[in-house]
Design a protein around this ligand. Structure first.
Ligand code: URA
Length: 243
């Protein structure tokens, strides 16, 4: 039976510190099964007991799964001394569950970031053994992208001084002219600055980068930059293999 102290449950779900919750209990703001709670340390069953904070039903969740459309200038980390992080964009009710981003996007990269507090799921999605495909939309400067580039990416691009050969990647050219090319790239790896380094190795410079999908999770087009939402039941079913 999943048991937890009332003050811990409410603190975990972002309703305040344990001290604040103790005060709220004294003020009669919390009910358990429609009866006003009198003791913040009472142990409840998170599966069956109905806990309400004022009129709000408190739904206990151990894990959270969020997709965010990461904007530029925000860091894919939990804390940072100088910059705003993706976690800073979340309300307290999520932040209280200690979420972290699944992998990183560069400061100047936009797009899909999955944020969770399920370490196992994050580990599985990031494991090189799982070959999770990431789809990026990129704008690159330099010579027009062409069929030779598609072949080279498919064979495996050599990064810096032939030190590392990337796994085969799928490049699709959307639009290309002599100044810049728009394309999509699917990679199975997640090395540091990987997409930028792959294009650099082919003599181009990435000027815009956005992640559109990660494994089975596709960025919701209704999310503006900086917006986020919890994954829905359909998306959670697709993630089942990583949980
Ligand atoms: N590749 C990069 O170069 N940057 C990112 O943010 C993600 C993939």
């Amino acid at each position: 039976m999943p048991k937890m102290r009332l003050d811990k449950l409410l603190a975990n779900m972002g309703f305040g510190s344990r001290r604040e919750i103790k005060a709220d209990v004294k003020l009669g703001k919390i009910t358990i099964n429609d009866i006003t709670a009198r003791d913040a340390s009472v142990v409840i069953n998170t599966e069956v007991d109905k806990v309400q904070y004022l009129d709000e039903l408190v739904e206990y969740k151990e894990f959270i799964y969020i997709m965010m459309n990461k904007p530029e200038d925000v860091i894919s980390a939990t804390v940072d001394k100088h910059d705003q992080t993706v976690i800073d964009l979340l309300p307290q009710k999520y932040a209280a569950l200690s979420p972290f981003p699944v992998g990183r996007l560069d400061k100047d990269t936009q797009g899909l970031l999955i944020i969770t507090n399920n370490g196992k799921m994050a580990h599985n999605m990031l494991s090189p053994k799982k070959h999770v495909e990431k789809l990026y939309y990129a704008i690159v400067e330099g010579d027009k992208l062409n069929a030779n580039d598609i072949t080279a990416f498919k064979k495996g691009i050599f990064l810096e001084d032939d030190q590392y050969k990337c796994l085969p990647a799928n490049l699709s050219i959307i639009e290309a002219n002599d100044k810049e090319s728009k394309c999509e790239l699917i990679i199975e790896e997640g090395k540091y600055h990987q997409v930028k380094r792959m294009f650099e190795a082919s003599g181009r410079k990435v000027t815009f980068l956005k992640r559109m999908s990660m494994g089975p999770i596709v960025l919701d087009k209704n999310l503006d930059l900086g917006e986020f939402r919890e994954l829905n039941a359909g998306e959670m079913a697709l993630l089942e293999q990583y949980l």
